[in-house]
Write a protein that binds this ligand. Structure first.
Ligand SMILES: Nc1ncnc2c1ncn2[C@@H]1O[C@H](COP(=O)(O)OP(=O)(O)O)[C@@H](O)[C@H]1O
Ligand SMILES: [Mg+2]
Length: 247
């Protein structure tokens, strides 16, 4: 288990109006750990991710990253957003900038790197995600799987302490899913701390240290993948697994 916690959520509650979307959430993610979050649509998985880099505020409880409570605003918040890399279902690349410029932009703006230095780092990261020969193209000239790998490189360029992935392969055609999962597998093997919302059970089984199952804004199970998939404890998880493992 997590001996050296990097992310700690304790008693976190969040509401959208009347909707109690996160209910007494406690979650610890250790340094170098890969935690896969699964659960039905609307259970609060995206909201959970978004609270961890303060894209969403919370009503009560505490969240800390590397021992520091999440900052509220200003420069500290910009630093936090850089340290907590986020990859969404939609890639959100700048359409009129090259792949290289997309990866370099925040490095110069947020990390204060010189353009040459940023571009050098970008090329290293593009190589790491298998796209070194695509640097001068525009996003639209790439496949969805390639664009998602650019988005991963862009997040890595900020030297994040943790990477959050919110259904990174859900918008991709089936033949492109594996190329993205392989990049994520490699990141995991390299020791990156990762929180991954995904329905890719193969990835969960092979890469996750723990599976967190959410339902109705609560963490219902927090287990090893082996334990969760072979012997889910809750009816909600049994029901969910029977539905997704059927096809
Ligand atoms: N900005 C928002 N305003 C109001 N309700 C929201 C907002 N974002 C999400 N919700 C609601 O919160 C619940 C959890 O959403 P979400 O975290 O996106 O779930 P998941 O990612 O597990 O599908 C859902 O009922 C959703 O409709
Ligand atoms: Mg979601």
């Amino acid at each position: 288990m997590a001996v050296d916690p990097l992310i700690e959520l304790s008693g976190v509650n969040k509401y959208y109006g009347e909707l109690h979307v996160l209910q007494d959430v406690d979650l610890t993610v250790g340094r170098g750990e890969v935690v896969v979050v699964i659960g039905p649509s609307g259970s609060g998985k995206s909201t959970l991710c978004r609270t961890m880099n303060r894209l969403e505020t919370i009503e009560s409880g505490t969240i800390s990253i590397d021992g520091q409570p999440l900052p509220e605003e200003g420069r500290a918040l910009a630093t936090l957003r850089a340290e907590v890399g986020m990859v969404f279902q939609s890639f959100n690349l700048f359409a009129h900038k090259t792949v290289l410029a997309n990866v370099s932009l925040a490095q110069t703006k947020v990390r204060g790197r010189k353009k040459d230095e940023a571009d050098k780092r970008s090329r290293e990261l593009l190589e790491r995600v298998g796209l070194e020969d695509q640097a001068d193209k525009l996003p639209a000239q790439l496949s969805g799987g390639q664009q998602q790998r650019v988005a991963i490189a862009r997040a890595l360029a900020m030297d994040p302490k943790v990477m959050l992935f919110d259904e990174p392969t859900s918008a991709l055609d089936p033949e492109m899913i594996n190329e993205v999962l392989e990049v994520m597998q490699q990141l995991a093997r390299d020791g990156m701390t990762m929180v991954v919302v995904t329905h890719e059970m193969g990835f969960a089984r092979s890469a996750a240290n723990r599976v967190v199952f959410m339902a109705d804004g609560r963490i219902v199970e927090d287990r090893t993948p082996e334990g969760f998939f072979t012997a889910p404890e809750s009816d909600r998880a049994k029901d969910f697994l029977s539905k997704i493992l059927k096809h």
